[in-house]
Design a protein around this ligand. Sequence first.
Ligand code: UFG
Length: 314
Amino acid sequence: MTGGAGYVGSVCAARLVETGHDVVVVDDLSTGHEDAVPEGARFVRADIGEAAGDLLAEGYDGVLHFAAKSLVGESMVDPAKYWNGNVLTSLKLLAAMREHGTPRLVFSSTAATYGEPEQVPILETAPTRPTNTYGATKLAIDHAITSYAKAHGLAAVSLRYFNVAGAYGGFGERHTTETHLIPIVLQVAMGTRDKISIYGEDYPTADGTCVRDYIHVLDLAAAHLLALEHAVKGEHQVFNLGTGTGFSNRQVVQTCREVTGHPIPAEFAARRAGDPAVLVASADAAAEVLGWSPERADLTTIISDAWEFTRARG
Ligand code: UFG
């Protein structure tokens, strides 16, 4: 597993260990944390592009590829970091998998591959027109995976995450540079920030703020385990992972108030460049093919789990 010291990777690593898999986490710790690697997983601190060949020579059933640069704003001002860090590294990983005959790949793709949607909920067949470099690099990797599956018989699954939130026990979101709505709002409740700035109140939505589809990180991890089981030789399957329900930024802030009991002062600020008004997944394909259904889809549950994690870390 690459990127298993990061937020989503660490939760998936924990679930894989708990379900009896032998897990090796490769992570360069550029954004991850060594203490996020769960007990029972072997940890290798290395550059994935450099280490993949030697590691895969040991013989593995599959690779889960989480490692990536994932800040949309940064991707627009430092594209090289994203094309090299995401695409080049993934191409090296694919080459190493081919060389050593690693049969399966589960890749962390993103809703950002779709860009501004023409229709919501978003189907996997929707046009892919990313509006930022981050999404463009993930889409490029998806294309590379498709050709490797066709040409070399790789069994591949790309999972397009919508807005991941929540926590699982001691595993949660702790980015040095935090840009995501829920952890920022919880920082206000913790007293480490004064207020939340809500970006834009004039979107064409019911309450004027953006709408997003929040998925609990534990449900996301469950989908990865199912994807490993359902990967088919020579095929590249793509699934959206969201709950199919959207919540507005106002609703998120209000739910955080209810969960934390903190007033959470909010102000409205200008729109953030590149934010689509509404991003909601159709997760029907994941339900039908993988047999996946989110069990912690309720926003209060998602925020309560994130809050418990945030408070425990102090
Ligand atoms: N927001 C605020 N204030 C903040 C932070 C965020 O109002 O301080 C708003 C954003 O403008 C947006 C919503 O909260 O309307 C959600 O923003 P996030 O940054 O939490 O998440 P995004 O929807 O921007 O990002 C997600 C994934 C990305 C992916 C992107 C696709 O986290 O990986 O969707 O657009 F690229």
